[in-house]
Design a protein around this ligand. Structure first.
Ligand code: ADP
Ligand code: MG
Ligand code: ZN
Length: 503
C-alpha cells in the first residue's frame, strides 16, 4: 500500500537566503540529432512505431558488436569546444552496469574516468544583463535507454499500473551528458542561474545544430542537484537530484522548491537524504524517487568491445573552426551593427526572423532588404499558410537571390513578389523562374520608347500638359506603359523616357 504523502514544510524564501547558501549541480542530457544510433546503424527518428528501429546491437543480443558513430563523436567534440573544454586525445568508453528493463544489455555504454571533454565553462547572461560563470566539469558520450510505458494505472507511473510495455527505439540513441562543477556563490539568484544556464546551454546546442533540444520531447533533459550549507560554511551539504525537469521555467521552480524544502528540514534539526526526486509539473513540488546509487554500485570498467576514441589535434582544430559565435553575443553585435532598437530586436527574435535575416545577409543581401522581406511579405505568407516563418518552403539564399534580381533591375518589387510566390509553390529558384516565365523587366529601350510614344499618341491632351511643364501629368502615361508591359518595366526609367519624349 502506498500511503498518502506527508505534508511538506517549506521555509519562506527570504529566510532560506538569510540562513543558507545554496550549491547547485546541473546535469543535462542531450540527444544528438545524428541520422543513426551511437553504436549501430538504426535510425533515430522520433515518433516511429514501437520497436521498429532496433537491431541486434541496440537490443543487446549475444554476439553483436558495437561500432562508434563518428558523427556523434564530432558532435561531442564540438559541444566540448563550445563549452571551452579540453578535448581528450585518448579516451575509452566504459560499461555502467545496472539492471533495468529499458536497458536491454543490462549495462549502458558510457564514459567514466576518460570523458571526451573536461574542464570548461559557460558565461551565462542573467535577466539583469550581468554575467555568471558556470564551470563545466565534463561532457561525456553515452547511449540512451529505451522507454517504458506503464499501463493500467491512473497516473502513467509504475505505481498502480497493471503491466508495462517496452519500446527500444530510443535505446542506443547518442547522448551527451554535460555536468557542471558545483555552482556556488549564486545565493538568492540560484534558481535564476539554474534556468539561465540551461537556457544558454540550449541556445549554444541549437547554434551548433547538434540536437533538436526539445525539452518537451526529451531531446534535452535536465537534472538539478541542490544542497544547502549554513551561510559562511565551506563544506557542502547533502544534495538531492531532481530528475527530468522538462521546461526552462520548471528548472527555476524545482530549484527554489528544493531550497525551501531542505531549509525547513535542516532548520528543524533534520538531515537531507541523498536521493533522486521527481518534479511534479502540476504544483511545482518535488517528491522522493530512489536512494542514490554511488559510482561503486555501477561496477564501471572499460568497454572491451570498442576502440578508444582518439581524436587527432588536426580534427579538433578543424572542428574548432566550425564553432559559431555565442547566440547572445551575435544578437548583440547584429543589433548594434544594424542599429536596431531593443523593441525591434525583440520582435525579430520572437517572430523567429532573426536567424533567417542573418542567413539572408550572409547570402549577400543588404540587411535592410533582408529584414523587410522576412518581416513583411514572407511573414504575411507564413500567416496565410499557417506555418512558422522558418517552415516556409523558401531558403534565405533564395530570398537573397530575389533581392539581387531587384537590385539588378531584372524585376521590380511587384514582380519580385510573384517570383517569391512561384518559389513558395515549389517551382524552383528565383533566377530560373524569371527566365522560364519571362518575368524579366522590359529593358529593351527601343521597345519601351515605342510603348511611350504609343501612350502619348493615345492621350494627346496629357501629352500637351506635360509639354507645358506639368510633369505630374506623366503619371498616367507611365501607368499605361507599365500596363502595356505587364508591370515588367522599370517605372522610374519609363518616367524618364516620357519626360524626354515631351521636351
Ligand atoms: P551523479 O552520478 O550522482 O549524478 P554527477 O557527478 O554526474 O553525479 O553529478 C553530480 C552533480 O552535482 C554535478 O554537477 C556536481 O557538480 C554537483 N554536486 C556535487 N556535490 C554537490 C552538492 N553537495 N550540492 C550540490 N551539487 C553538488
Ligand atoms: Mg550523473
Ligand atoms: Zn540498432
Amino acid at each position: 500500500m502506498r500511503m498518502s504523502a506527508p505534508t511538506v514544510e517549506l521555509m519562506d524564501y527570504v529566510d532560506v537566503i538569510a540562513r543558507y547558501a545554496p550549491v547547485l549541480g546541473m546535469e543535462v542530457h542531450v540527444e544528438l540529432s545524428t541520422a543513426t544510433k551511437m553504436f549501430c546503424g538504426c535510425p533515430t527518428e522520433f515518433g516511429a512505431d514501437p520497436n521498429t528501429q532496433v537491431c541486434p546491437v541496440c537490443l543487446g543480443l549475444p554476439g553483436s558488436l558495437p561500432v562508434v558513430n563518428a558523427k556523434a563523436v564530432e558532435s561531442a567534440i564540438r559541444i566540448g569546444l563550445a563549452l571551452n573544454c579540453s578535448i581528450t586525445p585518448w579516451g575509452r568508453f566504459a560499461r555502467k552496469n545496472y539492471f533495468y528493463p529499458d536497458q536491454p544489455k543490462n549495462y549502458q555504454i558510457s564514459q567514466y574516468d576518460e570523458p571526451i571533454a573536461t574542464e570548461g565553462h559557460l558565461d551565462v547572461v542573467l535577466d539583469d544583463g550581468s554575467t555568471f560563470r558556470v564551470d563545466i566539469e565534463r561532457a561525456h558520450m553515452e547511449e540512451d535507454t529505451g522507454k517504458s510505458l506503464h499501463v493500467g494505472g491512473a497516473t502513467g507511473r509504475i505505481h498502480g499500473a497493471s503491466h508495462s510495455l517496452l519500446d527500444y527505439n530510443r535505446a542506443g540513441v547518442p547522448l551527451i551528458e554535460i555536468v557542471t562543477k558545483p555552482i556556488t556563490g549564486a545565493g538568492e539568484r540560484a534558481p535564476e542561474v539554474a534556468r539561465a544556464y540551461v537556457t544558454a546551454l540550449r541556445e549554444v546546442l541549437r547554434s551548433l545544430a547538434v540536437s533538436d533540444v526539445k525539452m518537451e520531447q526529451g531531446s534535452l533533459r535536465c537534472d538539478a542537484n541542490v544542497s544547502l550549507m549554513p551561510v559562511g560554511a565551506s563544506v557542502f551539504g547533502t544534495r538531492t537530484e531532481t530528475k527530468n525537469v522538462n521546461s526552462l521555467k520548471s528548472v527555476e521552480v524545482a530549484v527554489r522548491y528544493e531550497m525551501r524544502r531542505q531549509a525547513a528540514i535542516l532548520a528543524s534539526g533534520g538531515t537531507i537524504i541523498q536521493e533522486t526526486r521527481h518534479f511534479n509539473e502540476a504544483d511545482g513540488s518535488t517528491s522522493p524517487g530512489r536512494r542514490k546509487e554511488t559510482a561503486e554500485d555501477y561496477r564501471y570498467f572499460p568497454e572491451p568491445d570498442l576502440e578508444p576514441v582518439a581524436p587527432s589535434a588536426d580534427l579538433v582544430e578543424r572542428l574548432r573552426a566550425t564553432i559559431p559565435e555565442y547566440p547572445w553575443l551575435r544578437r548583440g553585435r547584429i543589433q548594434s551593427e544594424w542599429e536596431l532598437s531593443d523593441e525591434v530586436m525583440r520582435d525579430l527574435v520572437n517572430a523567429g526572423a532573426l536567424d533567417l535575416i542573418i542567413a539572408t545577409v550572409d547570402a549577400g543581401a543588404p540587411a535592410n532588404e533582408a529584414r523587410s522581406w522576412w518581416v513583411a511579405y514572407l511573414t504575411e505568407k507564413a500567416k496565410e499558410h499557417e506555418v512558422a516563418l522558418e517552415e516556409l518552403p523558401i531558403t534565405p539564399a533564395q530570398v537573397a537571390e530575389v533581392i539581387a534580381l531587384v537590385e539588378a533591375k531584372t524585376v521590380n518589387n511587384k514582380v519580385a513578389k510573384q517570383v517569391v510566390d512561384h518559389v513558395l509553390a515549389g517551382e524552383g529558384d528565383p533566377k530560373a523562374i524569371v527566365e522560364s516565365k519571362g518575368l524579366g523587366m522590359v529593358s529593351d529601350e527601343g521597345a519601351l520608347r515605342t510603348e511611350v510614344d504609343k501612350a502619348l499618341a493615345a492621350n494627346p491632351d496629357i501629352a500637351e500638359k506635360i509639354r507645358a511643364g506639368k510633369v505630374q501629368a506623366a503619371g498616367k502615361i507611365v501607368g499605361d506603359v507599365m500596363k502595356a508591359t505587364r508591370g515588367q518595366a522599370d517605372a522610374a526609367r519609363v518616367r524618364e523616357l516620357v519626360l524626354a519624349a515631351c521636351e
